[in-house]
Design a protein. Structure first.
Length: 684
């Protein structure tokens, strides 16, 4: 592997795109010298990201050239979980994998399960040839719910799609509610527009149980109890109604069913909201007045607040707020949670993934958030066949899936055949029978959309693949050939896939410029025009009814007996310098982050005899996790923040915070409830 760039060689620049699960999807300029990437920088001409990169992605060469990169196929030689492997050839690995998957498929292809998520957000290296391969086999389908499904389905139920404000318009707002988002860490380029607004006199309010880096930079921080966002939204509606702050004209013309929500909102005066949310009644009143009387007023909603039992209903309620005040009428007014459905007219997902290859097959669907239980299930008429093989790509379920004791037990099954496409020996790769070396973003072609802005981007390979690494697309092409699958679409080249992905765009312009903006109206919902059948925002959604506050599964009010044993609510937001479990092994980033921590309020720590920096045990009925305590103002009383997602192997006991989280699902979207979790903390 080339470890030194030729310093006298010319420097070339390659256009790229950040592949990671972040709303920003930055345009990149990659500098290459002597066949080696020497720098990854943002593209200053890309309007939504304007040349700035987060600390994580600016270290991308360090990740690509990491000495621990997997650069040859590996076959397990030790017990599952031991991380003991020996190198093998691609031909030997794929021949054996094809033979074993073929034997399982001959019995019942639904016993094969793909497991993937957003390790790359790319359309090609995500679900293109991979989806075609599994559809051709008739393997089980995967319900990809682990991050955003509660909020996403709730937004679709309300607006008809995952659509919202233009990112750049936040600079025009005079009030911004940053709700369930640590934007400085996870949505940096929104934060730059919020800062522009702030310099122009806007007020910034952060709504988050944790005193994040973002909360510290806002004018006001409302540290509500986890899972009570829906109650706060109803309290704001109560004040809008009782003070006559509604835009009755906008509601009459562009909102369907508000009369059914009005009586529910009137049941939530500020005093009741204060009791449920753990804030003062005056804070509710002041926020409602500010939101109703400030123009333009914008909400940046993010996915942190929907990882509780009632997360879907909470998103529906919050999404209705700009409709009730008519905030959509002005540039700088409205709401953004996700912009991903704006791309529906530009991206042809069916052409990429080819669900038609299923033919008459109707395989079962397995929820990725309940993988712990599902890998341990026996065959049954309701579940179907026992899972005999898992092919993991773009994910690290042993670290990131909830209730990880069960996830580990599932992946340790002696009779489970596991193949993992990876860059490193992650917690999941340690349990694989085969680890196949995948390329990083600097080594392959891909096309990207965004869920935070409205630009399509292309990523050109900056350097050839290191070692024997291959793009995901090529790995599945070769595996399909080894299994004798002959449909020509399984051998489409990456360039052909890229053109199929965006058939309505000028591909040559995209390729040369690096990005193309979607042609969208400047004020998309000033006159309604939501993506619902009648163009109105929906209150009473089919199959869901009228949104309401749904309390957490685990809290002092909803489960008092459990709370007597485990009195602290725990949320598990990502550590600032990681992105889910990606970048955890990048030395410079891990040295900044330090070590796994649980943040505690001084009152909660003192009551338990815990000092700052002390090793503690965080536990509940699902498991136990040891880490250091960080005592300070980040945590509100009664809530602890278990920062994730560290690789388990880097933890004190080979565990991480998901030892404690639950496989229970949200009210809408079948999504996980990571932030709906009661624990106790004690000195270790």
């Amino acid at each position: 592997m080339n470890t030194e760039a030729a310093t006298d060689a010319p420097i070339t620049t390659v256009r790229g795109a950040c592949p990671h699960d972040c709303p920003d999807t930055c345009a990149l300029k990659v500098s290459v010298q002597g066949g080696r990437v020497i720098k990854v920088a943002g593209d200053p001409d890309h309007p939504p990201t304007h040349g700035a990169l987060c600390t994580k992605v600016s270290r991308y060469p360090e990740r690509t050239y990491h000495p621990e990169r997997v650069l040859t196929p590996l076959k397990r030689t030790g017990p599952k979980g031991s991380g003991q492997f020996t190198p093998v050839s691609w031909d030997d690995a794929l021949t054996d994998i094809a033979s074993r998957l073929g034997a399982i498929a001959a019995r019942n292809p639904e016993a094969i399960l793909p497991y993937s998520y957003a390790g790359t957000m790319g359309l090609l290296q995500g679900e293109s040839i991979a989806a075609r391969f599994f559809h051709t086999l008739g393997a089980s389908l995967l319900d990809r719910t682990i991050c955003a499904n509660a909020g996403g389905e709730a937004l679709v139920a309300t607006y008809g799609g995952k659509i919202g404000m233009h990112l750049e318009d936040y600079a025009q707002a005079q009030l911004i509610l940053i709700w369930g988002s640590n934007s400085i860490a996870s949505n940096l380029h929104f934060w730059t527009f919020a800062q522009q607004a702030k310099r122009n006199g806007a007020t910034l309010v952060c709504i988050d149980p944790r005193r994040t880096e973002t909360a510290e930079k806002c004018h006001q921080h409302l540290a509500i109890q986890p899972g009570t966002d829906g109650a706060l939204a109803l309290g704001l509606m109560h004040e809008l109604i009782t003070h006559g702050w509604l835009d009755e004209d906008y509601i009459a013309r562009h909102v369907d069913g508000f009369d059914k929500l009005r009586p529910k909102a009137l049941e939530w005066p500020p005093e009741r909201v204060a009791q449920v949310c753990g804030i003062t009644a005056d804070a509710v009143r002041h926020l409602a007045r500010a939101y109703a009387t400030t123009r333009p007023a914008a909400i940046r909603l993010n996915y942190g607040m929907q990882r509780c039992r009632g997360g879907g209903n909470a998103v529906r309620l919050i999404a209705l707020l700009p409709c009730l005040t008519g905030a959509w009428r002005q540039r700088g007014g409205g709401l953004l949670l996700s912009a991903s459905h704006w791309f529906r007219g530009a991206v042809d997902a069916a052409a990429l993934q080819r669900p038609d290859l299923l033919g008459g097959k109707r395989p079962r669907t397995i929820n990725m958030s309940t993988i712990g239980d599902d890998l341990l299930r026996d065959a049954s008429p309701t579940f179907g066949p026992k899972v005999e093989a898992v092919v993991v790509y773009n994910s690290n379920p042993v670290a990131v899936a909830p209730d990880s004791q069960k996830v580990v037990a599932g992946f340790q099954r002696a009779d489970l055949f596991t193949v993992v496409l990876e860059h490193f020996l992650t917690d999941t790769a340690d349990h694989a029978d085969y680890v196949l070396p995948a390329t990083t973003q600097l080594e392959h072609l891909d096309v990207h959309t965004s869920y935070g802005h409205t630009y399509v981007l292309i990523n050109h390979p900056a350097v050839p693949p290191l070692g024997q690494a291959l793009p995901n697309t090529e790995i599945f092409r070769r595996l399909a050939a080894k299994m004798g699958l002959t449909d020509p679409c399984l051998q489409d080249s990456d360039e052909a896939l890229a053109r199929q992905a965006v058939p309505s765009l000028d591909f040559d312009r995209l390729s040369s410029q690096g990005w193309v903006k979607l042609p969208l109206p400047a004020l998309p919902f000033a006159d309604g025009g939501f993506h619902t059948p009648h163009g109105k925002a929906i209150v009473d959604a089919p199959g869901l009814g009228v949104p309401d506050y749904v309390p957490p599964y685990e809290s002092r009010s909803s489960s008092p007996e459990l709370a007597r044993r485990f009195p602290l609510a725990m949320i598990s937001p990502p550590a600032r310098h990681f992105l889910n479990s990606t970048f955890v092994n990048v030395t410079s980033l891990r040295s900044i982050e330090g070590e796994p921590l649980v943040e505690m309020h001084p009152d909660d720590a003192a009551a338990r005899g815990i000092a700052d920096g002390q090793l503690v045990r965080v536990f509940n009925d699902r498991g136990s996790y040891r880490c250091k305590a960080a005592v300070g103002s980040r945590a509100r009383p009664g809530v602890v923040n278990g920062l994730g997602v560290w690789w388990r192997k880097l933890g004190v006991d080979g565990t991480n915070v998901n030892e404690l989280t639950s496989q229970r699902l949200t009210d809408i979207g079948r999504a996980p409830t990571f932030y709906d979790c009661l624990v106790e903390v004690a000195p270790a």
